[in-house]
Design a protein around this ligand. Structure first.
Ligand SMILES: Nc1ncnc2c1ncn2[C@@H]1O[C@H](COP(=O)(O)OP(=O)(O)OP(=O)(O)O)[C@@H](O)[C@H]1O
Ligand SMILES: O=C(O)C1=C[C@@H](O)[C@@H](O)[C@H](O)C1
Ligand SMILES: [Mg+2]
Length: 172
């Protein structure tokens, strides 16, 4: 079984995915980390030196390779992964694969992301919490169309990632 976590930046895909994989005893994979390892660059460096389109291509290729591999895992995608090209369709059609949309409120996302926005090139330039909040609100509006196509949707507002992981486990 492949479990693919999708959702906005800061929804906890990486944090919850690690906990989930540990409890289920399957490998944890993070798409951003896989791309960083393959390119030997951080996500921020890829955006800066190679551009976003290069990153989106790598993201798509890496996702495809993982979805067609004959292994079980929990995969934390990047916040934009399902929102480009045919990626969401591929996640939906992949064999033995279920996707989970981690849904957190605008307030929770803004709070989590303001503290660590420097790691995320799409929001690193937003100086104030008000600007960040406004950006996230519009961005989520565009992206929800894709996130909503997940097999399951889970409330990811709880402040303890292990609690969210426990909610996800009940789905399987
Ligand atoms: N349920 C949670 N409770 C408290 N903090 C959380 C929770 N989930 C995630 N966090 C924290 O919020 C921050 C962002 O979480 P995380 O990196 O897991 O998000 P993400 O969905 O993987 O984002 P991205 O799409 O950018 O990779 C981290 O500091 C993480 O520890
Ligand atoms: O939401 C997004 O588009 C992104 C989220 C991160 O996980 C990284 O994949 C990158 O910073 C882009
Ligand atoms: Mg992540």
């Amino acid at each position: 079984m492949k479990i693919v976590l999708i959702g906005y930046m800061g929804s906890g895909k990486t944090a919850v995915g690690q906990q989930l994989a540990e409890v289920l005893g399957v490998p944890f994979l993070d798409l951003d980390t896989q791309i960083e390892e393959a390119t030997q660059l951080s996500v921020s460096e890829i955006f800066e030196k190679k551009g976003e389109i290069f990153f989106r291509r790598k993201e798509f290729e890496t996702l495809q390779n993982l979805l067609t591999a004959d292994t079980s895992f929990v995969l934390a995608t990047g916040g934009g992964t399902p929102c480009y090209g045919t990626s969401m369709q591929q996640i939906k059609e992949a064999a033995n694969t279920k996707s989970v949309f981690l849904h957190a409120s605008l307030e929770v996302l803004s709070k989590r992301l303001f503290i660590e926005k420097s790691k995320r090139p799409l929001i690193a330039h937003l100086e104030t919490e008000v600007l960040l909040n406004d950006f996230i609100r519009k961005h989520i509006f565009e992206r929800n169309f894709y996130y909503q196509q997940a097999t399951f949707k889970v409330d990811a507002n709880n402040e303890v990632a292990a609690v969210v992981a426990a909610i996800v486990i009940q789905l399987f």
